[in-house]
Design a protein around this ligand. Structure first.
Ligand SMILES: C[S@@+](CC[C@H](N)C(=O)[O-])C[C@H]1O[C@@H](n2cnc3c(N)ncnc32)[C@H](O)[C@@H]1O
Length: 212
């Protein structure tokens, strides 16, 4: 089997399982963020196979991901292999930055946010969505117990048990977005919760109109 076929299979499984785990809501959740971002040139940070391309279709899209295999399945016109922590773009070259289900995988959120702030034009906006734990100790505990069982089983059904055991662990990696994004060069405009028990978080940030 060729490498391309292997990655296509993994990506198909990944997209299918995401749709199942989110009860088919993953695109709707992405869209709650995208609909609040300005039109114009947009960077999809950690774009993967291009799951968001349809809802970004009215914009001038640049898809960035460190995995060339994922990006090779992405049909965006402009695709860039790079990490979020070192963006290969000039200052102030985007109207918006969007990132879905990526932040748990980053090496450094602080470095990434400094880079996002650098490439945004003054007044530009960043929208982020990712999975975490619900708010409140009891809800988080119940959710943790649930995902410890459900995720490996769901992963097993599509032959990706290890990936989804890993997902279970990464759900505890970050504090809530109000803490995670408190000290970035951007202003945190809004955060909101989605999904069962609110385990999905979204955040909207803006770069100052005034040049420092
Ligand atoms: C769960 S997938 C999400 C893909 C897509 N954004 C979506 O909504 O389906 C996570 C993606 O983040 C990418 N990624 C991992 N580390 C990254 C980094 N440091 N910078 C940018 N992207 C990264 C992975 O290659 C993968 O494509």
């Amino acid at each position: 089997m060729s490498n391309g076929k292997v990655f296509k299979d993994i990506a198909d499984r990944y997209d299918r399982l995401n749709a199942i785990l989110s009860l088919g809501q993953d695109q709707k959740w992405r869209n709650t963020v995208v609909s609040r971002l300005p039109e114009g040139r947009i960077l999809d940070l950690g774009a993967g196979t291009g799951a968001a391309n349809e809802i970004l279709a009215t914009r001038d899209l640049v898809a960035l991901d460190p995995a060339p295999e994922m990006l090779s399945l992405n049909d965006a016109d402009e695709r860039v292999v790079a990490v979020a922590e070192a963006l290969p773009f000039v200052d102030e070259s985007f109207d918006a930055v969007f990132s879905a289900y990526v932040f748990r995988n980053l090496d450094s959120v602080d470095t990434t946010m400094a880079e996002v702030a650098r490439v945004l034009r003054p007044g530009g906006m960043a929208g982020i969505i990712d999975l975490g734990r619900p708010v409140g100790k009891l809800k988080a505990k119940v959710h943790r117990a649930g995902t410890a069982v459900v995720l490996p089983i769901a992963g097993m059904t599509v032959g990706a048990r290890e990936e989804y055991s890993y997902l279970h662990k990464t759900l505890d990696k970050h504090p809530p977005p109000q803490q995670l994004l408190a000290d970035t060069p951007l202003t945190l405009v809004d955060t909101w919760r989605l999904g069962p028990m609110g385990f999905v978080w979204a955040a909207l940030l803006q770069k100052s109109e005034v040049r420092s």
